[in-house]
Design a protein around this ligand. Structure first.
Ligand SMILES: Cc1ncc(COP(=O)(O)O)c(C=O)c1O
Length: 406
């Protein structure tokens, strides 16, 4: 038997066949909305699901199909669905597992857009949720209600990089027969495969590392074939969240370099986190690869790399944090992450501004917190940029007679 390919080979070759007519090595883009059939019977069998096939662009197309098969294979899942954004993936999955009267258990620190969906759209559908500290599986057990229908986690979390033990949580969810949904955006399948650890459904914002170039909004869901078919037909088809073939092509192109990019994101992030940890103007650094991280051991065991995101709390709170990011020259202030450029943002007033004050505090999102997405640059240049911004705000605070830095 042939040895299973490594992930970088799989990223480039799996599901990939040269285009038959021309021999093209790059994936062809098929923008077609309509697909034709030789007989009426074949068309009717395809729409009814009796035979597998592509029939109308709102339910998928052949370029998307290549991306879906590749993502299912990378996550070791049965099937995948590509949708129009990470939020489309999250909302479709939650609408797929929940109905009026149900309850959802959610880890207490999640992406701000997910929180917004939980607090605005879900209640309109009569669905309740509880935010739970999932670092302690006993808290999950205690929070389960008779109408709880699923557990939703994000690990490492956005933005404070809490690492959750997927295997331990899956043991609990299996006992209570609840699907475990994992947002794997921060890791990508190169660094973490939640289905192998017992999760049931994996979600990605493909906008981030999977595409990796900051020019596509997309999402991916990986799960068993029956659930994927249900989402495709009953949710995506009706809500119209399909991805375009052009964007699927860009993600397929991006995936080929995902292995290399993740290596560089991780090593740059580690060096930046180490620099920040020893800096006198920094109160605290959150990076799973630092020994000071509260879940360092789980991260070492569960993750194939520590990821590209570093968050840190500045001494001096909001003023220091916002003046610091304003003083950066190379790193850019931006809401996204996972791009070639180093991106920074102030979660309290940007990505997580929809959180209530108390949920924000519970999630550890203080006014002085900054999230940095390490890019692919020469890391010395990023660190020099951070150093000059620290010096600049220290000078300003001295001039203003402030005593923040002693
Ligand atoms: C962890 C995580 N999940 C989901 C999303 C939503 O993705 P999208 O912007 O593609 O809808 C984001 C966006 O930042 C995210 O950080």
């Amino acid at each position: 038997m042939m040895r299973k390919w490594g992930v970088s080979t799989e990223l480039i070759h799996d599901q990939h066949v040269a285009e038959r007519k021309t021999g093209a090595v790059a994936q062809p883009i098929v923008p077609a909305v309509a697909f034709s059939f030789e007989t009426h019977e074949m068309a009717s069998d395809t729409v009814s699901g009796k035979v597998d096939g592509i029939y109308y662009g709102r339910y998928g197309n052949s370029t998307l199909r290549v991306l879906e098969e590749k993502m299912a294979s990378l996550e070791n899942g049965e099937a995948a669905l590509a949708v129009g954004s990470g939020m489309a993936a999250i909302s479709s999955v939650l609408f797929g597992v929940l109905q009026n009267g149900d309850h959802l258990l959610v880890t207490k620190d999640v992406y701000g857009g997910t929180y917004h969906f939980l607090t605005t759209l879900l209640p309109r559908c009569g669905i309740s949720f509880s935010l739970v500290d999932c670092t302690d599986v006993n808290c999950i057990v205690e929070a389960i209600q008779p109408n709880t229908k699923a557990v939703y986690i994000e690990t490492p979390s956005n933005p404070v990089l809490t690492v959750l033990d997927i295997e331990a949580i899956a043991n609990v969810t299996k006992q209570y027969d609840l699907p475990l949904i994992v947002d794997n955006t921060f890791m990508s399948p190169c660094l973490q495969k939640p289905l192998d650890l017992g999760a049931d459904i994996v979600i990605h914002s493909a906008t981030k590392y999977l595409n990796g170039h900051g020019d596509v909004i997309a999402g991916v869901i990986v799960a068993d074939a029956e659930f994927i078919q249900f989402i495709r037909k009953q949710i995506m088809g009706d809500l119209g969240q399909v991805l375009s073939a052009w964007d699927a092509f860009l993600i397929l192109r991006g995936l080929k370099t995902l292995g290399l990019r993740m290596e560089r994101h991780c090593s740059n992030a580690h060096k930046i986190a180490t620099f920040l940890e020893s800096h006198p103007q920094v109160e605290r650094v959150y990076y799973p690869g630092l020994k000071s991280h509260p879940q360092y051991e789980i991260a070492e065991r569960q993750m194939g790399g520590m990821g590209g995101i570093v968050s840190f709390e500045m001494k001096g709170g909001s003023t220091a944090a916002t003046s610091f990011i304003d003083a950066l020259h190379l790193s850019m202030i931006s809401f996204s992450l996972g791009d070639p450029e180093t991106l920074v943002q102030h979660p309290a007033t940007m990505t997580h501004s929809s959180l209530s004050e108390s949920d924000r505090m519970d999630a550890g999102i203080t006014d002085g917190l900054i999230r940095l997405s390490a890019g692919l640059e020469d890391v010395e240049d990023v660190i020099d940029d951070l150093a000059q911004a620290f010096d600049k705000i220290k000078e300003t605070s001295k001039r203003n007679g402030e005593m923040i830095y002693g």
